[in-house]
Design a protein around this ligand. Sequence first.
Ligand code: ADP
Ligand code: MG
Length: 325
Amino acid sequence: STPVVAVSALTLCAQRGVLVKGSAHLERLGRVERIFMDKTGTLTRGSFALTSIRLVRAPRNGGDAHRPALGVGSLLRWLCALESRSSHPLANTILRGAGAAVRVAAERCTVDDFETIDGQGARATVDGKCVEVGNGDFAAERDWDESDVELTKTAKRWEKEGGTVLWVGVDGILAGVVRCDDVIRPTAAKAVADLRKMGATPEMITGDNPGAAAFVREQVGLDATRVRASLKPQDKLTIIGEAIKELENKTSKLEMRVFGRGTVAMVGDGINDAPALTAADVGVAMGVAGAAAAMETADVALMTNDLNRVVELIALGKTCVRKIR
Ligand code: ADP
Ligand code: MG
């Protein structure tokens, strides 16, 4: 049966806009040693703005016949048509940033075979053309980073500056790059500092590029050794699994029986975080704009986007652990 302290704690949580799916999760949060956070949508708002576009230059001397001299209008129209099928936060950014006229034109495009590609990007057939968009790894796998030296230089610079770069290809050939900039949550730095004070190690795992990751890391005050970038959903899952193994190995049998081991928590918002949220001892989903899959898989769902709620939950968890014993 659930102890009275725990029941009143869960009620308290509900009043604060936090859904905890059972008191055991609260106790596990009270024993958290490592807390992994997703970047986009968790430490940042996940509400990007489209800030720049560069197109692949058309061949100067009529050389390469395979390269379409694609205009910015066509690129944005096809990209919008593709992103209109995606639920990724960046899809919305593109649609907003492209403007109403392009959106209307994109609606007239025929879109078939939309698919999301392993947390790295998306593709679809738009008006009979294969349109693809994705991150740097996605581009490198297709050798797009070798097709226009100047463009690649620009993209690398954008990443260093903290931008998220989307590489866009049409029929297998790089057409251009798009830069989007996110905003760090104002509450993130304080939450990171507080987590540390409570004895938990804050860490970041992200599918975004290392440059954007480093930018956020500095702003919120994470250790460089506690940040991993360019991860696929499966990689996030593996990292959580390894962290749990490590904690299991360092806990003696006696300690385990008397206190239980230190735990691993994961905080995320996206479909790409769902496997990691399931694997963690406690999975916490950021609720407001988060993906339904993340909310369903998580043990705890925040109805607000305030990371300090997580800090409060851990404090509450610690109280529960003490009172129940
Ligand atoms: P995070 O782990 O930080 O939440 P994601 O795993 O959601 O990031 O995304 C990783 C990267 O994959 C994005 O930064 C983006 O470059 C690319 N990406 C994924 N889906 C899309 C999409 N629909 N449109 C554009 N880019 C995408
Ligand atoms: Mg995310």
